[in-house]
Structure formats: structure tokens, C-alpha cells
Design a binder for this molecule. Structure first.
Ligand code: XUL
Ligand code: CO
Length: 445
């Protein structure tokens, strides 16, 4: 095993580049299904899946929860000052990216650079760190899937960022988003994300929801206009979530966001970033949220993780459920695949997983889950009767009066006359059990 490290120190000693060894390997630090160059249809696995590591869970959070402090000790935090720690963290990050063999990463401004004492000092810190990131990207070939601004952690954002009732706070959010857009452009980021952490309310009694929603739209329009003026060609993404930390988040779910984007004339620049755990928090499945975006032509990217079916909150676990991944990948492949988006592991190892190798195991499991999900979904769509069966279910709209209706050429009275002349429709089975059995058949084929 050859040593791989970036900068002057190896942060994950004893762990080399993760190899593909196949399903019969017992090596916990090897891929069982993710074989980057294996062709699935017209693309390789790596091209289909476009994996990204997230900075915040993997290099910043250290296992604390509302009931306990940090459990995970990271060598990169051991530094004389905050900027040195940021530099070490970045070296550790690029070492992990390289060892995993992922092509992309994602960050919030505050994940990679320390907050300064003023707007200008925070901007300067970020600028300096972006310089290092640019160099590391050039050295390793890593790319930025998306950047974003953390406008929810600082106490000033306790009542919201762009939806804050105090305009002075809105301006601070603007300063951060401007700097994060600049950073994303500088690093060639393919997307820019807005997750509305505190864009919502805790009580309707003290909230002017109409004004807050209008302000959110105005803020997004201003951010879009700035980035386009600066030459940003990528996609803006809204990441829906129904609640947590707020009681109600305005970007509740995919259909809510799609309606908002269309209403405010943002759908030409914005798409959606669907997170699996946010889908289940909203009472939906991962596949449902992806499908709603696909139907609207607005599927942008994915935060790949999972919740725990027995509790409600955002546990951000690494995805391991292949059945779920298959159904998600069926929607994604049905949409022509991920284009400028990717599969970002917005996921963290458990508080009790305190070894450095656990971080690798989490990512390996997530990548294998989606690699297997991709293969199975591809086979279902291309080798089974699945697609033909679904087309057949709607064949009444493909010809005759059904086609005229689809083209918008049948009035309500005309339809009444058809019903009266044809009589009772034949009863056609939905065959749900056969669809479900087909998925299971291909899971193990
Ligand atoms: C929070 C969440 C965020 C976004 C980026 O639930 O998912 O980490 O992905 O701000
Ligand atoms: Co997320």
C-alpha cells in the first residue's frame, strides 16, 4: 500500500486508495459493487453516479448531539490558530477524496474558512482558503459539485436569513451568499445550493408569512442576478426540507418548491437538490420527491443519505438500503441521468463510530449501495417488461378520443357524450403486486 497524502502529513495512515474487490471480498475497506470504470449502458459507473463528499459532516462535525459533546477527535484540528486548522482540514479532506476516488466535493463557506470579526475579515479568510482549494483541485483533479453559504448557525440568523423580520440580518445573509457565490465561481463549481435552514417559522402568531416568502423570492432573484452577472453558468439548487430546525420550513417538499419557483419566475435558473432524509421527514419516499422533480423537468442533484424509519428526525445516515437506491435510480435514469448534479453524501457516521476508518466505511457503503442500485435499475428499465407495462397502462390516451383529450381538444360536454355512448368502462387491474415482484426479481438476478 503506497502512502497518499496532501501537504505535509497523512491524516488517515494505514488506509490506502480504496480498491474494487467485488462482492466476495471480506476486506471492509474495499468496494464490493462500485467499480468506477465499469460500463452500465452508455456511461461508466463513475459518470452515472458523480459522487461527492460533503465537508460539513465529514471534517467539521465531531459527533456531538443535543445531549453530549464531541466524541470524534480529528488530528487536523490540532493547530496553533484557526487558519492553520483550516489548512490542515483541507489537506485531510483532499487526502480522503483521493483515497476514496470520488470526483466531487461540496462545502458551506463556514466549513472551509473561519468566521472573521467583520464582513470584510470573513471575506478575506474565505478568499485565502479558496486559493488553497484551487491549488488542491488542480493537483488532484477534484471538482466542486456545489458551494453554499451557512446562513443558519450564527445566532444572528435565529429568526431566519432572507426571511428574517429584521432587514439588517437579511443584508448579512446577502454578504455571505455573495462571497459564497464568488468562491463557487472561482473554484468552477457546477451548482450553487440554497438550503433554507431557518427560512420558515416557529409560530404563525408572530410571522408575516406573505412578506417573508416575498422577501425570500426577492433575495433569490438578487443572488441569481449577481451570479449571472459574474458569469456563473451553473445551476442554482433549492434543497427542500419540511422542518428542523424550524417548526415549518417554507421549502417544505419538492412540489411546494416547484410551485414557488414557477410563481416567482425562477424555474429557468433553479432546480432542486433532493435529500432522501428530507423526503421521509416530509412524509414522502425518496423516489417520490425525485419523481415530482423529474415530472417538472427540475431535478438538479441529490443529497444521498437516509433517516431511521423508527424515528422522525434528520439522522443523516449513510445510505445502505439497496431497495430504496434501486427505486431512486429508476427515476434518475428515467430522467436521462444526472447531468450537472451528483450524489452528495450529506451523511455522517454515528456518534459512537470514533475510528478514522469508520468515515471510509460509511462512504464505501453509500457508494456500493448506489452502484448496485444503478445496475439493478438499469436492468429493470432495459431488460424487463417494466417500461412497456407502464406505457400500456396509459394506452387509452395514445389514440382516438384519449389522444384528442391529451391534445386539449375535447370539451367537458364531448366527454359526457362519449361516456353516455360507451357505457361502463372495463375494469383494468393496477397489478401493483406484479410490479413489486419484478423489482425483487431483478434485485437478485
Ligand atoms: C441540512 C442539510 C444541509 C444542506 C446544505 O439538513 O441537508 O446540510 O445540504 O446546507
Ligand atoms: Co442536505
Amino acid at each position: 500500500m503506497s502512502n497518499i497524502f496532501i501537504g505535509d502529513k497523512e491524516y488517515f495512515p494505514g488506509i490506502g486508495a480504496i480498491p474494487f474487490e467485488g462482492v466476495d471480498s471480506d476486506n471492509p475497506l474495499a468496494y464490493k459493487f462500485y467499480d468506477a470504470n465499469k460500463r452500465i449502458g452508455d456511461k461508466t459507473m463513475a459518470e452515472h453516479l458523480r459522487f461527492a463528499v460533503c465537508y460539513w459532516h465529514t471534517f467539521c462535525a465531531q459527533g456531538s448531539d443535543p445531549f453530549g459533546t464531541d466524541t470524534q477527535i480529528f488530528a487536523w484540528n490540532d493547530a496553533a490558530d484557526e487558519m492553520s486548522a483550516a489548512r490542515q482540514k483541507m489537506d485531510a479532506a483532499f487526502e480522503l477524496f483521493t483515497k476514496l476516488g470520488v470526483p466531487y466535493y461540496c462545502f458551506h463557506d463556514r466549513d472551509i474558512a473561519p468566521v472573521g470579526k467583520s464582513v470584510a475579515e470573513s471575506e478575506a479568510n474565505l478568499q485565502e482558503v479558496i486559493g488553497w482549494a484551487k491549488q488542491r483541485q488542480q493537483e488532484t483533479g477534484m471538482k466542486l459539485l456545489w458551494g453554499t453559504a451557512n446562513v443558519f448557525t450564527d445566532p444572528r440568523y435565529m429568526n431566519g436569513a432572507s426571511t428574517n423580520p429584521n432587514f439588517d440580518v437579511v443584508t448579512h445573509a446577502a454578504a455571505q451568499v455573495k462571497a459564497a457565490i464568488d468562491a463557487t465561481i472561482e473554484l468552477g463549481g457546477e451548482n450553487y445550493v440554497f438550503w433554507g435552514g431557518r427560512e420558515g417559522y416557529f409560530s404563525l402568531l408572530n410571522s408575516n408569512t406573505q412578506l417573508e416568502l416575498e422577501n425570500m423570492a426577492r433575495f433569490l432573484q438578487a443572488a441569481r442576478d449577481y451570479a449571472r452577472k459574474r458569469g456563473f453558468k451553473g445551476t442554482f439548487l433549492i434543497e427542500p426540507k419540511p422542518m428542523e430546525p424550524t417548526k415549518h420550513q417554507y421549502d417544505f417538499d419538492a412540489q411546494t418548491v416547484i410551485g414557488f419557483l414557477r410563481h416567482h419566475d425562477l424555474a429557468g435558473d433553479f432546480k432542486l437538490n433532493i435529500e432522501a432524509n428530507h423526503a421521509t421527514l416530509a412524509g414522502h419516499t425518496f423516489a417520490h420527491e425525485l419523481q415530482m422533480c423529474t415530472d417538472a423537468g427540475l431535478l438538479g442533484s441529490v443529497d444521498a443519505n437516509r433517516g431511521d424509519p423508527q424515528n422522525g428526525w434528520d439522522t443523516d445516515q449513510f445510505p445502505t438500503d439497496i431497495y430504496d437506491a434501486v427505486q431512486g435510480m429508476m427515476v434518475i435514469l428515467g430522467d436521462g441521468g444526472l447531468t450537472s448534479g451528483g450524489l452528495n453524501f450529506d451523511a455522517k457516521v454515528r456518534r459512537e463510530s470514533v475510528d478514522m476508518e469508520d468515515i471510509f466505511a460509511g462512504h464505501i457503503g453509500g457508494m456500493d449501495t448506489f452502484a448496485r442500485g444503478l445496475e439493478i435499475a438499469h436492468n429493470i428499465l432495459n431488460s424487463s417488461s417494466y417500461q412497456a407495462n407502464k406505457v400500456k397502462r396509459y394506452e387509452s390516451f395514445a389514440s382516438g378520443d384519449g389522444a384528442a383529450f391529451s391534445a386539449g381538444n375535447l370539451s367537458l360536454e364531448k366527454m359526457r357524450d362519449i361516456a353516455a355512448s360507451k357505457g361502463e368502462p372495463v375494469s383494468i387491474s393496477g397489478k401493483q403486486e406484479q410490479y413489486e415482484n419484478l423489482i425483487n426479481q431483478y434485485m437478485f438476478k
